[in-house]
Ligand binder design. Sequence first.
Ligand SMILES: C=CC1=C(C)c2cc3[nH]c(cc4nc(cc5[nH]c(cc1n2)c(C)c5CCC(=O)O)C(CCC(=O)O)=C4C)c(C)c3C=C
Ligand code: FE2
Length: 548
Amino acid sequence: MGVLTFSLHSFTVPQRERLSSSNLSISQCVIKMGNPEMIYSNLFLKNSPPLRLHLRKQCTSHGFHLFCGAQMEAFPSLHPLKRQSVANSSLRRFDQPRPFHITTSQSYSSPLKAVINSETQETSNELIVENEKIGVLLLNLGGPETLEDVQPFLFNLFADPDIIRLPRLFRFLQNPLATFISISRAPKSKEGYASIGGGSPLRKITDAQAEELKKSLIEKDIPAKVYVGMRYWHPFTEEAIELIKRDQITKLVVLPLYPQFSISTSGSSLRLLENIFREDEYLATKMQHTVIPSWYQRKGYIIANANLIEMELQKFKFPDEVMIFFSAHGVPLAYVEEAGDPYKAEMEECVDLIMEELEHRHISNSYTLAYQSRVGPIEWLKPYTDQTIVDLAQRGIKSLLAVPISFVSEHIETLEEIDVEYKELALKSGIQEWGRVPALGCEPNFISDLANAVIESLPYVGAMAVSDLKARQSLVPLGSVEELLAVYDGKRAEMPPPVTVWEWGWTMSAETWNGRSAMIIFLILLFLEVVTDEGLLHQFGVFPYLRR
Ligand SMILES: C=CC1=C(C)c2cc3[nH]c(cc4nc(cc5[nH]c(cc1n2)c(C)c5CCC(=O)O)C(CCC(=O)O)=C4C)c(C)c3C=C
Ligand SMILES: [Fe+2]
């Protein structure tokens, strides 16, 4: 039995702080293994343990980052519960007597020799690595491509129980309610989409990111196919899965294009995947997967953001005096407070890491974080972007640089909400100079770092299911979609819906109501309408329309 020991001094101070709060025993990282003679390269044995053993003779902080990539560097800053489950699973693997192979001569720039060998080949568009076909599934929200798409897109969004959660008794009303809300909201949304050219650019940008990621992976010796699966519009996740099956992918890395995890975004897409995986024999038996749940803490992502901020600051008359204004998409407060959504914590840590990086460059501007895009009058994460802009103007701030921190593509919320609405509000409120950092899009450092994230996750693909009987019986391997969902919002807590009745003008006095009771009353009315064929909706001719 050999023992390899790594001490914590290889980590940076913030890394160490985050690590010290994790459940991993990492004052030193001790890994037991079988025969030390067998320390050779081959991390990619089918069903091999998920050991991230890119061991190096020199254990620099970067080197250690590689070794521990997904396990020590990325996981410690995640939700404590998730850390625990990942740590448990990983340590369980370490205890296994199964021999495995590692290399002692990997360099930081070529971690993949452990994963892939010289026999790697690409034949007629088929990407094969040691008889494995690697796929990467990028998950995103999707957006309407034409104005006609807007209402059905909104229907899909509001029909998602991770966006509107009805009390169990009223679940059957999810679709009628989604129809109603989407029809009511469509005119306002269409105006927004019309003003940015008649549709969302999200699909084009995500396709371009997929293409660049594929190139970057090939450059790093990992030939993989990259698929795009949208939650609410084309190409739907189901369409991507069909392609994945057609291509007979055997190892899939699921990568939500949201840097920070939220139940309402990555969580919703994973929930959908869980259902698809459960019902499909090929996916359950022939393909293994792993999920990279969030990646806001990755060095490459942080550096790419800092680069863009630094560049935009230079466009101001007095760069030092500009306040950096991080504006993230909001979620209803109950997601965080009642369902345990880690979104807010991850967002705050992300902002801290970017500011830390800027500090290293001697950029010490003041900064703030606020949340945008709330829908309906229930409480969302605060402070709200619009109110914060007004407050800052009143406090005498003259220059603001907006950073769309939760988005990696341009879309309606950057191009219309930030660039038009918030800019107008800022200038009207007394801000004199307004700037906006572009979304990362295909920025090369960012794409390259995503490719590294994929590569670092490869040894984990499907690995956790092997050790755990319960997981083996389950169609979704432990430590992947299912485990993530169990950790975040496992009970799928009932929460107030983000949209409530009065937004559509039923009664002005409803603004004083509690969101939940208003929703329940609305649902009762809707229920009565369905049962009795009489009521307000029939009176206004809305209901027959809903039935079509
Ligand atoms: C981190 C990103 C996002 C979170 C969190 C999120 C939560 C969330 N969103 C809505 C309602 C709407 N979102 C809409 C568009 C939209 N949302 C995101 C991202 C997050 N949403 C993106 C990238 C987009 C744009 C897609 C595009 O068309 O380019 C819309 C539609 C636009 C509109 O009518 O305003 C709605 C509605 C809720 C309710 C929610 C959390 C519960
Ligand atoms: Fe949204």
